[in-house]
Design a binder for this molecule. Sequence first.
Ligand code: SER
Length: 959
Amino acid sequence: MLTNEIRQKYLDFYQSKGHTLVASDVLVPKWDPTVLFTPAGMNQFKDHFLGKVDLQFTRATSCQKCLRTGDIENVGRTAYHHTFFEMLGNFSFGDYFKREAIHWAWEFLTAKQWLAIDPDRLSVSVYQDDDEASDIWEREIGLPLKRIARLGEHDNFWPAGAPTDGPDGVCGPCSEIFFHPDGGDECEIWNLVFTQFNRQGDPPNNLNPLPNKNIDTGMGLERIAATLQGVTTNFHIDILKPLVVAAAEVVGVEYQADSENGRRLRRIADHVRACTMAIHENVYPGANKEEYVIRRLLRRAVLQGHEMGLRDPFLFQLVPQVVTLMGDPYPELRQTAERVAHVVKNEEQHFLGTLDAGLAKITTIFQQMQASNRSTVDGQEAFDLYQTFGIPAELFASMAAEKKCAFDWDGYQGALKQHGLDSGAGSKGVMGDFGPLDEIKRETKSTSFLGYQTDRSPAVVCGLMVEEVCNERGITTGLQQRVAEMHHLAAEQAELGIRQFVVLDQSPFYAESGGQVGDQGQIVGEAGTFQVQDTQKSGDVIIHIGRLLQGTIRQGDTVTAEVDQGRRDAIRRAHSATHVLHYALQQSLGQHAQQRGSKVVDDLLRFDFANLEPVTFDQLTQIESLVNQKIEAGGMVTADVLPLDQARQAGAMMLFGEKYPDPVRMVSIAEFSKELCGGIHVDRIEEVESFEITVEENISAGTRRIQAITGKRAAEHRNNTLQVASALGRFFGLPLFQVPAKVAELQTLVKSLKKQGGSGSLQVGAEIEKINQPPVEISDPQIFSDANGNPMGYFDVRDALKKISQGLNVALPDLKNRLISLRQEALLLLEKIQNSPKVDLDIGHLIAQAEHLDQDISVIIHQLPESDPAQVKIWIDQIRKKKENLAIFFATPQGAQKVMVIAGISQSLVKQGLHAGDWIKQVAAAAGGRGGGKPDMAQAGGIDIDQLPVALAAAREFL
Ligand code: SER
């Protein structure tokens, strides 16, 4: 039976038993801080099990995309271990229990129209004291007792060993079903968990019965497929074998299941499948948390290829095969295949760039360890290796394990922390916390959100919590204490930043989600006023976070909840503008420019999107102007709640890696934008007023970030920009369009003055006069007129300024100061030339007196009175222009003690091999001092004045 068929049959079977089909949660459930990746089908139902949500259904079935790395060393080695896998499951939330769970499992496995497995090939296990389950298997299903094993908490409890070792949270005894193939080992195919306890703390008496008994079953899809397809490893089923074979082809070896290469190819197949599924959901390889896990997986796979002799990226070539094999159940993979392959290739290239050097370093480390009889890899060394060569510590650790060496994980974690990094590789416990918030959640279940209709409403206080101080330095750990009455914080508590929390039955406050920040405002009761500084959500409960300003608030009080309307309006503008920007990005850059992250604040937005190249200046201008056109054109912004499928058909933009509820809320702007979004928006798009991009930057490989402002912030920024532009126009007394040329002129002047004291043609006095002249008076309309006398648009003004400030490498607010100091610098340099002692040099006379060394070379060696070296160079230039084939040497005192010598040579002589630098060096060698220079002009300073005759003699000597 094909894997796709098994998946479908399972979901059909449980739907026929009254289960609601629930789509797979995403691989990285952002709502759940306790796990990095979805580890099991039950994960998305944790709050359902705990009775913390209003149940829309009490029976559910799903096929869940899961990722686990706990057993990664076994992947490729054993028949059944994967990182990415699919888990079929059926769930009961206080509905049916053991009897139905067992009967239906048996029916599905053995009935002719379902899987039709021979019952004689099946056996089960139950928890040691679970007589109820054992009886159902024996008496109702008819399994002989010898095929019902009774095992302890490490085999037949979920999570394994939970009663003794934890984690806290929902758990229960389980019953596993095993398949016995001909000649092979038995294989567990299904785990039925009877979730009936909430574990709290250590034994004894730590298993509290849940109010409702639940069922959570999990059947690994790959494993049941292997069973039904009669293959000895999951890697040989129909949706994996072709990938293993494709890997062999790409690597250029033959796939032999039992060889070392066979194991490597299976590992490659597993890892590239996991990476494809994750990157598709926008989890790119990176430095932290889940992104780091993907980096590790990908690099591990690269290493497998490297061991088989590959030195170029190869994994990316397998992405299309993954998409082919997984595309039926997950058709959306087809839309991102190219992007995913690109990301994979990029990461491969990165890693391969340093891999050889890294492996060489590892070899040296192992040699050193052996020489010094050390058997533990040093954590700091492993950290350095990751930082320098990108070899993840986990890879290093498994190489160490192969050499029977230990690995200093504590030292490694310490080094990570020191650098402010956190691999976040471990999960923080499976079931979450059980503080007072959970108590409130169980009582309240959900806060009705009124914020779409209003920003002010009456409400009843359902729960109050205060943060606890946990150590003498007053650091809070986020632990909360539930209180019936909340008081104004004492000054020292407020100073410690302790926060207070209010939960209401209904609220207009928007809790941070979908990138939109939480609302701020006030909760006003008869006896007290609470200032809301942030709003967050836990499950369906809205939590108002802040501080009681005065008085008291009690549980049960009737209060008025008022959102800060001005701030909310600004957030609405930024959020609607974000949708328009998303639309404009796709129009200008292409469909691939999908959202990868977003933050919406008051009149400020940050939007991350997929794009391989930086966005060019012209593209950015085009995007910005398209957004503004759409805002100006105006139109209704509406939100409709409709079935997910209908939204999809309507062409709503959907993000991969997001799980949407069904029905879903779709926000439409005029006719051009449809996005699934729970945020709060303006009523008409023209309310955004204006939109301006302030930053475009790189975030990580393949991801760019745009920052932009709207409404009041944009207006303020616009005023500032216009003021800077106006100041610049006045500074030069010129319309703005002429300013760039003027700035460039000033820059060139300073550069050439610095270089060699100005060009020979420079009229120093005239230049100074020009700079000192007060600017022509000019009015704003004149400043903002273009070359044709037409008024400039704001964005043209802004772009002109942007170019000027980029050219000068300063931020906009510093632009004018930079110009003032540039002009000052020019003035100082000019004055220095002007004030240097005036020496009247009779150039004609000097040339007439030039000695002829031979027919082709004329020489001037001359002692000048004290002169500015810059001026001396100007003279050399002037003389060289008047006579060919000339070698000039000037010595000029600098103050009472020292002399400077400067040599210049005509280009024609340079071509013949004469070098002014050599000349000067020889003089310096004879007379002291230091110097050198180019073939046509060189100088040396620091020669003592009494060495002047020696210097002149050495100059002559050289020639
Ligand atoms: N949660 C159990 C498991 O993961 C059954 O779904 O095995």
